[in-house]
Design a protein around this ligand. Structure first.
Ligand code: AMP
Ligand code: MG
Length: 421
């Protein structure tokens, strides 16, 4: 069956039996979003040093072998292997970077340093400690090592013509060194993703201004800024926009014209959602979902002009959880990167966890090492407004829809923040 388009889903939510915007599982929501994501196509050539975190737009092919010559892994003597050989006539020395260039006859060899080229006519290196200097340029071998011992062969690590890094790979520190080891100075990467964001809410005030009664500081713009920056996006902060249809419309249209993605927080839950909902229905194709998850139940996803749009719930923890569970994956796909789900593994919970069947929960916990075993301690305050729980935590404890209350000692799934957040 062909998947319905975004506009069909937005305008006729009853078009499919198994599509219920008011009861979406986390996985369903991810799958729906994923099918509408087309990666950016523009590329740029950059020096490798600027490549950290960038996504390769093409395979990188090795222009040479690594190592590019057979070389010694030991300080010792290089010689041509033959059974029973006891004495070598040493005709010179091979240093790393300064090869021995003379001719060698059988039973002749050279003193060789680690990393030096194996001279023509030699195939084996005996380590210095297994030889005795007999004087007069002769050394005795205390044993005959098997042919090829202590020789690192050309192309052993990488072969000329081999694809060493694939298109869509996100560059890491080791990759920079790998490319340098091949003499590659520049790489072709997808351009940066341009992401705009703003907060909605009459009660919000920016840091640096005094609070009036009933007002709160806007924290979501800061967490969103941090999460986007960490992912290497080019961000534009449109500030706080009051719950005013004209202001919201202006900002939304401006942001969507100039960016690949627009993210808002707040104003997507029932009742309050109406401004944004009406606007988004007028200018875009946006799906409003109630997701079977806690925290972070309301979520809007769609397109406004050519920009992808994510409407995140306003509660500070919900904003972060929905970002990590939906937006992060989508941004990676738009950046051209192969989809990398957050790594999940199983550990023991040292305390009981309150949970009802029916929703996937992303509770905050602290992973710690208990005499060599990793365990998790759930944080006591799990409310969707308790931002300090995200700051103290170093992982999500992921409890799926079917899981109920967990006793202390239960094995639970965790997603570590380290390396991601
Ligand atoms: P909403 O999703 O707009 O209904 O907001 C849900 C809750 O999150 C309300 O208590 C808001 O005051 C709060 N909230 C919304 N936006 C922000 C923000 N940018 N920073 C901090 N809290 C927010
Ligand atoms: Mg609001």
């Amino acid at each position: 069956m062909t998947e319905p388009t975004l506009s069909t889903l937005a305008n006729q939510p009853n078009c499919m039996d198994d599509y219920d915007p008011n009861a979406m599982s986390v996985q369903q929501a991810r799958t729906y979003i994923q099918q509408f994501l087309e990666p950016v196509t523009e590329t740029e050539l950059i020096p490798i040093r600027e490549g950290l975190g960038r996504v390769l737009a093409e395979d990188v092919i090795s222009p040479s072998n690594v190592p590019n010559h057979n070389n010694s892994t030991m300080d010792g003597y290089a010689f041509k292997h033959r059974d029973g050989i006891q004495l070598i006539h040493v005709k010179g020395t091979a240093f790393a970077g300064k090869p021995f260039t003379g001719d060698l006859n059988p039973r002749e060899g050279v003193k060789i340093m680690t990393g030096a080229v194996i001279p023509d006519g030699c195939d084996t290196v005996i380590m210095q400690e297994k030889t005795v200097d007999k004087g007069g340029d002769y050394v005795n071998l205390l044993e005959v090592p098997p042919k090829g011992t202590n020789v690192r062969l050309a192309g052993e690590d990488i072969k000329e013509g081999q694809a060493i890094l694939g298109k869509s790979h996100q560059m890491q520190a080791a990759d920079l060194g790998l490319l340098a080891s091949l003499g590659i100075a520049e790489i072709s990467v997808y351009r940066h993703l341009k992401v705009a964001f703003f907060s909605t809410g009459d009660e919000l005030v920016s840091v640096g201004k005094p609070l009036q009664e009933g007002q709160i500081y806007d924290s979501n713009r800061y967490t969103i800024y941090g999460m986007l920056s960490k992912m290497g996006a080019k961000v534009t902060d449109y500030g706080i926009v009051e719950d005013d249809p004209a202001l919201l419309e202006n900002t939304l249209l401006k942001a969507s014209k100039e960016h690949d993605v627009v993210i808002t927080s707040g104003g997507v839950s029932v009742g309050e959602a109406d401004h944004m909902k009406t606007l988004l229905a007028k200018h875009g194709q946006v799906l409003f979902w109630k997701i079977n998850m806690k925290p972070g139940r309301p979520l809007a996803y769609g397109k406004v002009a050519n920009a992808h749009y994510f409407g995140l719930p306003g509660n500070p923890v919900s904003t972060m959880v929905t970002f990590y569970q939906f937006v992060r994956m989508a941004l990676l796909a738009l950046m051209g990167s192969t989809n990398k789900p957050l790594p999940t593994f199983k550990v023991e919970s040292v305390a009981a966890i309150k949970k009802a069947v029916g929703r996937t929960e992303f509770q905050r916990g602290i992973l710690f090492n208990d005499n060599g075993d990793w365990k998790v301690k759930p944080l006591p305050m799990q409310g969707s407004g308790i931002l300090s729980s995200m700051s103290q935590a170093n992982c999500f404890i992921v409890l799926d829809e079917t899981t109920s209350h967990c006793e202390a000692g239960a094995i639970v799934d965790v997603q570590a923040f380290e390396g991601v957040i």
